[in-house]
Design a binder for this molecule. Structure first.
Ligand code: ADP
Ligand code: MG
Length: 312
């Protein structure tokens, strides 16, 4: 199958035209209209088969997740997703209808769900399957939520259960089927909550490399510390029954959660709870100092935070 056939048959037809797109797939570059009251938020994430995905991952899940992780980054900036560009490095044996059809269905599915258009990309042959997605979104001028705004006294929250994908991966790696496979393969980016938090949060990040490490990024960027109550971090029952250290390993160091971790003032926390239809979970407080203090049953505990790192 030629590169041009691939583009025409699978990618050009995949998503609906977005109202801000002037020129999409088919020319040398895409042309987009940035609303005059907005700023452009952009991010890129590259996924390598065997490194970011178990070799057994379905083509559908690879397509879906490579977009989902980018929409999660946009959500963490409180941006509204607009479009993606797809850099695809494809082994020859996957350039077939069976694989590409499912891959495109995964990408198209999540794009449609969030009103995102595929406006361009690049297709090359390679020995290793690599999917690099660039995502673009809009946020009203000056309203992006960064990692740098957390203040002493703020409440630290997460948007949902943490550690499920890490638990699922541990089961996949020993060939055990698990009901939590979907949290690993098909994470739901918290786009709507991210948009709501634009009016409430003081700092925000998405949890991709482990809650401990990612919260650490907020603390470093904001120049503060945090006091976290481990028992308040929401998690699935399968994790609750594990020995404490194994449980915390999944929750604090696991990663691939794609939930949001954010801080907000006590007042905004109350305000948001009174109107918000989404579940948000307070897990601790921002304090003076640096780093994370972890409490279990009211007692300070020692646990080494060690998130995902590529070049260890
Ligand atoms: P060029 O040689 O000018 O870089 P290409 O022939 O690579 O252009 O691409 C032709 C068109 O197809 C461009 O609009 C490009 O953005 C789009 N395209 C190529 N690969 C992909 C892909 N994997 N997904 C989406 N669009 C793609
Ligand atoms: Mg060109």
């Amino acid at each position: 199958m030629s590169e041009f056939t691939i583009i025409k048959n699978y990618f050009q037809v995949m998503t609906k035209r977005h109202k801000n797109t002037i020129c999409g797939i088919g020319d040398d570059g895409a042309v987009s209209d940035v609303p005059s009251d907005c700023e452009l938020v952009s991010c890129v994430d590259t996924l390598v088969l065997g490194r970011h995905f178990p070799m057994t991952t379905s083509a559908y899940a690879i397509g879906y997740k490579s977009v989902a992780v980018n929409l999660s980054d946009l959500a963490a900036m409180a941006a509204t997703p607009y479009a993606i560009l797809l850099g695809l490095s494809l082994p020859a044996k996957l350039a077939c209808d069976e694989w590409l059809g499912e891959f495109a269905r995964g990408i198209g599915g999540i794009c449609r769900e969030f009103g995102v258009e595929l406006i361009g990309g690049d297709t090359t042959r390679s020995d290793v399957l690599t999917v690099s997605v660039t995502a673009l979104g809009f946020v009203h001028k000056g309203r992006a939520i960064t990692r740098a705004g957390a203040k002493v006294g703020d409440v630290v929250c997460v948007s949902g259960e943490i550690g499920s994908a890490s638990y699922a991966l541990s089961q996949v790696l020993i060939d055990k089927p698990t009901a939590w496979q979907h949290t690993l393969d098909l994470p739901i980016p918290q786009v709507t909550l991210g948009e709501v938090l634009r009016d409430y949060a003081s700092a925000m990040i998405d949890v991709s490399d482990g809650l401990g490490q990612d919260l650490g990024h907020i603390l470093t960027a904001s120049g503060v510390g945090a006091s976290i109550e481990l028992d308040k971090i929401p998690c699935i029952d399968e994790l609750k029954v594990l020995p404490d250290n194994q449980k915390w390993q999944h929750i604090l160091n696991g990663g691939d959660d794609y939930q949001l971790c954010f801080t907000l003032s006590e007042e905004n926390f109350k305000r948001l709870n009174s109107i918000n239809p989404y579940a948000i979970f307070a897990i601790g407080k921002i304090v003076d100092g640096q780093g994370i203090e972890l409490f279990h049953k009211g007692k300070l505990i020692e646990f080494e935070i060690q998130g995902w790192e590529h070049f260890k």
